[in-house]
Design a protein around this ligand. Structure first.
Ligand code: FES
Length: 352
């Protein structure tokens, strides 16, 4: 009627969003994700550019206009079944949607801001440090999620995965693995002086990377500080008495870039069933004493014969090149897209 009378469509639409059980108002020029975040929903997102699929959403009813081709990150079957990307969708009618990535029935955790103090800093590898932060108010999060840390004097906050499983009822002692880069602002800030005791602003949790309920064997693939969320996932799985075999392929450049052996030994000792940890070095000098695997970590996916790859769930965390290569190999090996979960360290996320 309005259209007939005034010759233009209404400027806003009502969008019912499950599992939040709420209806939000969406302007015709804002994406579903922008409207959800403006309304304060803990909607999952990362890149906001249609590249990561974190904001995957089931369109239950109504019409949208896509701002980019969903086929870059969604499978054809998903698109045919009505999956859309909230960050790339404009409402063109009232809608009903369901957030796909919260499909395990876990309630989303609304991000909170908190103040904390750095309680410890430790060197973990040649270029990765552990930063422990004690926050004033206990933080809830799922293992695999991340937080944004605002470092004093540095304009933009940085995103880092929680490196340990959360405590039931909230966690006050948080830890993060920060990769230091030669020209990184955060790296320089830590190098400048002893930062223990410094106050930080912290906001989280964000992201949807987490361990999914299943009986399937688990294949973890991580590179560099991608160790942090995988470590948190595995610690959480151990506490939850997860009876699933694990193979964990970890890629680094040289022996100096490997975490202390104790870390993987602790993960293996805590895991309720079998876990095999395979460090793979890509730039270790030929004549060194390294007797382990050499090459790209993704070269070793096809060698995993602990269980059938097509029936496993894969959890990937690391730089985009590693993730993209792993996705290709996993697809060839018959691992279904829906069984692959990844946390791609994009742009400024997870970087100094
Ligand atoms: S947040 Fe929408 S695709 Fe990344």
């Amino acid at each position: 009627m309005l259209k007939k009378l005034f010759g233009r469509t209404p400027k806003t639409y009502q969008v019912h969003v499950e599992p939040f059980g709420t209806t939000i108002t969406v302007g015709s020029k804002e994406t579903l994700l922008q409207a959800a975040l403006r309304t304060g929903l803990a909607y999952p997102y990362e890149c906001q550019t249609g590249a990561c699929s974190t904001c995957k959403t089931q369109l239950v009813s109504g019409n949208i206009k896509a701002l980019s081709d969903f086929a870059y990150v969604l499978e054809l079957e998903e698109i045919q079944n009505g999956t859309i990307l909230a960050c790339q969708s404009l409402a063109r009618s009232d809608l009903a949607v369901r957030v796909e990535t919260l499909d395990d029935g876990l309630p989303p955790i609304r991000p909170q801001r908190s103040t904390g103090h750095i309680s410890a800093v430790a060197q973990l590898t040649s270029d990765i440090i552990e930063v422990c932060v004690n926050v004033d108010v206990a933080m809830d999060y799922y293992a695999g999620q991340y937080a944004k840390l605002a470092v004093p004097g540095i304009a933009e906050s940085r995103s880092y995965s929680f490196a340990s499983a959360p405590n039931t009822g909230g966690t006050r002692d948080l830890s993060f693995h920060i990769r230091l880069l030669p020209n990184g602002e955060v790296s320089a800030w830590f190098a400048d002086s002893d930062r223990v005791g410094t106050e930080l602003e912290i906001e989280g949790p964000f992201g949807v990377f987490r361990l999914h309920e299943s009986a399937a064997p688990i294949l973890c693939i991580a590179g560099g500080s991608g160790m942090a969320p995988i470590k948190a996932l595995l610690e959480h799985g151990a506490v939850s008495d997860t009876q699933r075999p694990v193979v964990y392929l970890y890629g680094a450049r040289t022996q100096a870039d490997l975490y202390d052996k104790q870390l993987s030994e602790n993960l293996i000792a805590a895991w309720p069933t079998t876990m095999r940890f395979v460090p793979v070095l890509s730039e270790e000098p030929e004549n060194s004493d390294w007797a382990g695997a050499r090459g790209l970590v993704t070269d070793f996916i096809a060698t995993v014969d602990d269980f059938g790859l097509p029936g496993c769930q894969a959890y990937l965390c690391g730089p985009p090149g590693m993730i993209d290569a792993a996705l290709t190999v996993l697809n060839h090996a018959g691992v279904r897209g829906r069984d692959i979960y990844f946390d791609k360290f994009m742009d400024r996320s997870h970087s100094p």
